[in-house]
Design a protein around this ligand. Structure first.
Ligand SMILES: [Zn+2]
Length: 197
């Protein structure tokens, strides 16, 4: 698995996991010493976002303890009008490029749009699809377009076997399992797949 970050868990919503995880926060949340963060407006929170939310986000993203931008993204099932979600997502893309920090992406039934945006904008920073549960075919399309893929507690085992080491990340997100257990489950499947080659 790639060591893009110093922590094995690239995405958690649980502040008690600060020793092993990048903690995801929203504009206005407090930044504590010694904790590593990602900061973004979750697609579900887009309808409630105001100009002030965006200003707070911009300030947060420049903070040295914020090492990634997000989670951000597009959700076709929740989060309101996709046009507005796209506008906010594009703002996160700009912040990611401006501050040279990877982008952590939440995608639900919006992969063609997200892949299209990446092809159009050619960002220099890594784009990470977080909590990926898709099939190997979609994973391959993402990999071919330069994406990184992060797996959590729930993932497609066939997909876990096809992601190269240098594009794979791991996360606990909202899981109750320790990240070591999640990594062990992912590794077991990948090791089994290796033996069948
Ligand atoms: Zn999350």
């Amino acid at each position: 698995m790639t060591a893009m970050f110093n922590l094995p868990d690239i995405h958690s919503h649980d502040p008690n996991r600060a020793a092993t995880a990048i903690i995801n926060i929203s504009p206005g949340d407090k930044i504590h010493d010694g904790v590593t963060y990602s900061a973004g407006i979750h697609p579900w929170d887009v309808p409630a976002a105001t100009g002030t939310t965006i200003e707070l986000l911009d300030r947060m993203c420049s903070h040295r303890q914020v090492v990634a931008i997000g989670e951000t993204g597009l959700d076709a099932l929740k989060g309101g009008e996709l046009g507005i979600q796209t506008e906010i997502f594009r703002h996160h893309i700009q912040l990611s490029e401006k501050y040279r920090k990877p982008l952590i992406i939440h995608a639900v039934r919006t992969f063609p749009t997200i892949i299209g945006l990446k092809r159009q904008l050619c960002p220099e920073m890594p784009w990470i699809i977080h909590g990926f549960r898709g099939k190997p075919q979609l994973a391959r399309e993402l990999l071919n377009n330069g994406f990184y893929i992060s797996l959590g507690e729930k993932f497609n085992p066939e997909t876990a076997a096809v992601i190269p080491d240098d594009r794979l990340l791991t996360e606990s997100d909202e899981s109750k399992l320790p990240i070591s257990e999640i990594i062990a489950r992912i590794s077991a499947i990948r090791n089994r797949a290796d033996k069948h080659l």
